[in-house]
Design a protein around this ligand. Structure first.
Ligand code: DX5
Ligand code: ZN
Length: 226
C-alpha cells in the first residue's frame, strides 16, 4: 500500500501558483489535485484546461484532475491534452459510466470515479473491476475548507471492500476536510490518495503542512505493517 498526498490548489494563491506548487513538492506532494467546477453540478466556478496546462508546466508531479461538471465527456480530451494524468468523474452525472471510463483510458489517462457523500458505494458495483481509482468525497463538493463528514470513514472501508471483492487493487482517494485530525482515520480505513487544500495552503507553511500530513499518514501505515 502506497500513500500519495495530493494537495488541492483550490486553496492556493492563484497569483503565485508556481511558488505554491514548488512548496508542496518540497513538502512531499506526490500529485497535484485540481478542482474543476462548472457552476451547475456544484455552485462554484473554478478553472478549466488553460490553468491545468499552466500547472503542468510548473509541476514536476502528475496532475490529478477532479471534474465537478455536468457533462464531463465533452471535455475529457481537452483535459488530457492540457496535461492531466488522472481524471475523475462523478457517478451522479453519468448514465453511461463504463463508456466514460473507457474514454478516459483510451486517451491515456487513469480513470477515477467519484462518489458524493449521499451516493452509496453500490453505485460502483458494475464498474468496480474497471476503475483505476475511486474518490470518496468527505464533504459536499463545491468549496474548500469544509468540515469532514465522519461517516466517510465507513464509506472508504466499504469502497475498499467492494474493489477487493472485484479483484481490483485500485486505490481509494479521499477529498474534503483532510487535516492532522482526520488523516489517521481515513488511512486506517484504507484511503491511499489523500487530498488536502485548506490544511496545507491555509497554514502559512505549505511545505511543512504537507510534510506533516504525509508523515501522519505514513505513521499509520507503518503501525499497521508492524
Ligand atoms: C471540494 C474539492 C476539494 C477541496 C478540498 O469540492 O473537491 O478538492 O479543494 O479542500 P479542503 O481540503 O480544504 O477540504
Ligand atoms: Zn477535489
Amino acid at each position: 500500500m502506497t500513500i500519495r498526498l495530493a494537495p488541492s490548489i483550490l486553496a492556493a494563491d492563484f497569483a503565485a501558483l508556481g511558488r505554491d506548487i514548488e512548496a508542496v513538492e518540497r513538502g512531499g506532494a506526490d500529485l497535484i489535485h485540481l478542482d474543476v467546477m462548472d457552476g451547475h453540478f456544484v455552485p462554484n466556478l473554478t478553472i478549466g484546461p488553460a490553468v491545468v496546462k499552466a500547472v503542468r508546466r510548473a509541476a514536476a508531479v502528475p496532475l490529478d484532475v477532479h471534474l465537478m461538471i455536468e457533462d464531463p465527456d465533452r471535455y475529457l480530451d481537452a483535459f488530457v491534452e492540457a496535461g492531466a494524468s488522472m481524471i475523475s468523474v462523478h457517478v451522479e452525472v453519468l448514465p453511461h459510466l463504463n463508456r466514460t471510463i473507457a474514454a478516459i483510458r483510451a486517451l491515456g489517462a487513469q480513470a477515477g470515479v467519484v462518489l458524493n457523500p449521499s451516493t452509496p458505494p453500490t453505485m460502483l458495483s458494475e464498474v468496480a473491476g474497471e476503475v483505476d481509482y475511486v474518490l470518496v468525497m468527505s464533504v459536499n463538493p463545491g468549496f474548500g475548507g469544509q468540515r469532514f463528514i465522519a461517516r466517510s470513514v465507513d464509506k472508504i472501508r466499504a469502497v475498499r471492500a467492494l474493489l477487493d471483492a472485484a479483484g481490483n487493487r485500485a486505490p481509494v482517494e479521499v477529498d474534503g476536510g483532510i487535516d492532522l485530525t482526520t488523516v489517521a482515520a481515513v488511512v486506517e480505513a484504507g484511503a491511499e490518495i489523500l487530498v488536502a487544500g485548506q490544511a496545507i495552503f491555509g497554514s502559512g507553511d505549505a511545505a511543512g503542512a504537507a510534510r506533516a500530513i504525509k508523515d501522519a499518514a505514513l505513521a499509520v501505515r507503518e503501525g499497521a505493517a508492524r
